[in-house]
Design a protein around this ligand. Structure first.
Ligand SMILES: C[S@@+](CC[C@H](N)C(=O)[O-])C[C@H]1O[C@@H](n2cnc3c(N)ncnc32)[C@H](O)[C@@H]1O
Length: 209
C-alpha cells in the first residue's frame, strides 16, 4: 500500500470536528489532540493579509479559521479523501484552496511563497526534517513564521507512527535542527494535558531568517 493510500485509510477512520466548540465558535484553531484545549492562533501573530500554508491540513478546519481572520490559505494533504472533505466543509470560503499532494513534492514544485507555515500533527511530524525543513524555508518570506505541533517524544500516536514514520524530537533537537535549516528564535513549549490525561503536546515556533 502506498503512503497516500495508508493516509487515505486513516482519514476514513477520523471523526469530523464538531460544528461548534465550547465557546460557541464555529471556527477555531486547535494545536493539541484535545478539544477546547491549549493556545489559539495568537501563537502565529496577526494573520490578516498573510499567506498561510498548512502541511497535512486534514479536514481543513484550522486553516479555515485563519482564513476567516483575513489570511489566504493553501492546504496540502497527501490523502485524497482529506481534500474532498475539506472542500465540502470550507470550499465556500474565498482565499482558501486545498490540494492533494505529498508535502515535499508540493514544496519542490510550487513557485508560491508563504508568510506562515503550520503543521498540526501533520507532515512536519512525518517527513524527515533534513528534507522537509530546507524546502519549507525555501518557500518562506524572511521573517515568516513556521509553527507545528506533535506528541512529545515517547508517546503513542497514529498507526503510521508505529510503522516508524514519526519524527519526534526533543526541544533541544528541534532548536538545533531548525537553526541549521535557516530558522531563528526557535521556541519550543510543552503544553500540559487537560486534567485526567497523561500526554501533553509539543508546540514549536520558529522564524525564517
Ligand atoms: C494526524 S493527521 C492531522 C490532520 C490535521 N492537521 C488535524 O490536526 O486534524 C496527519 C495528516 O497529515 C497528512 N500527511 C501525512 N504525511 C504527509 C505528507 N508527507 N505530505 C502531506 N500530508 C501528509 C495525513 O494525510 C493527515 O491528514
Amino acid at each position: 500500500m502506498s503512503l497516500a493510500e495508508s493516509w487515505d485509510r486513516y482519514a476514513v477512520g477520523s471523526k469530523p470536528r464538531r460544528a461548534v466548540n465550547a465557546n460557541g465558535e464555529t471556527t477555531w484553531l486547535n494545536w493539541t489532540q484535545y478539544a477546547d484545549h491549549g493556545p489559539n492562533e495568537s501563537v502565529l501573530g496577526p494573520v490578516a493579509g498573510r499567506r498561510v500554508l498548512e502541511l497535512g491540513s486534514g479536514s481543513g478546519s484550522n486553516l479555515a479559521h485563519l482564513v476567516t481572520l483575513g489570511a489566504t490559505g493553501r492546504g496540502v494533504d497527501i490523502a485524497p479523501a482529506r481534500e474532498t472533505v475539506a472542500r465540502e466543509c470550507w470550499g465556500h470560503l474565498p482565499g482558501l484552496e486545498f490540494r492533494t499532494a505529498e508535502a515535499t513534492t508540493f514544496l519542490s514544485e510550487t513557485d508560491e511563497t508563504f508568510d506562515v507555515v503550520l503543521s498540526i500533527f501533520g507532515a512536519v511530524w512525518f517527513v524527515g526534517p533534513d528534507t522537509l525543513l530546507s524546502l519549507i524555508r525555501s518557500r518562506m518570506a524572511p521573517g515568516g513564521i513556521l509553527a507545528f505541533s506533535h506528541l512529545p517524544p515517547g508517546s503513542q500516536g497514529p498507526k503510521a507512527a508505529e510503522a516508524g514514520l514519526r519524527h519526534d524530537r526533543t526541544p533541544d533537537e528541534w532548536k538545533r535542527i531548525l537553526t541549521g535549516h535557516g530558522f531563528s528564535d526557535v521556541r519550543v513549549s510543552l503544553i500540559e494535558p487537560p486534567e485526567g490525561k497523561a500526554v501533553g503536546t509539543m508546540l514549536v515556533r520558529a522564524l525564517a531568517t
